[in-house]
Write a new protein. Sequence first.
Length: 90
Amino acid sequence: MILYWSLLALLMVVSLLFFYSRNHYLSALLFLEIMVLFSLVISFFLILDVMSQLTIYIMLLTLGVCEASLGLALLMSCLKENGSDLIKAK
């Protein structure tokens, strides 16, 4: 039970860091990936406690991979257009 609360606390800290990352797209994407990783670990432990099927975990893992590839594609398009990963307010 302490593991769940510590993982949830770490997820909250990383989400706050994500909302305060204002300079670079790469740091924002890194915090977003850490949030996905923590949510996958939390869901894995909850699924093992509640039920024995891992289909929901595999679906979440697939969505995490899709989110990572979309984020990387958006980062590459912003790098190609702007020349850097700085977040600029236009």
